[in-house]
Design a protein around this ligand. Sequence first.
Ligand code: SF4
Length: 80
Amino acid sequence: MDGIFIRVEVDPAAAADGELARKLEEACPVDIYAAGAGGVRIVAENLDECVLCELCLDAAPAGAVRVVKLYDNGAALERS
Ligand code: SF4
């Protein structure tokens, strides 16, 4: 997709966690995460709004979420 500058990755096991899905939905100021019946859904049309605030990383267990900067050779924001 043109114009997308980040990719968000959620570990598949974590993505199925309804509780985590709600936390991510609440944490992200630009609604990149939505909590659905199956867990976390990434709202693709909002990806360009990411402000790299890292609130999603703070809301998730270590390693569960990565925000990959596609414009920066794939450098990732993540917690280990
Ligand atoms: S870094 Fe901030 S704006 Fe970007 S996806 Fe995470 S919570 Fe949302």
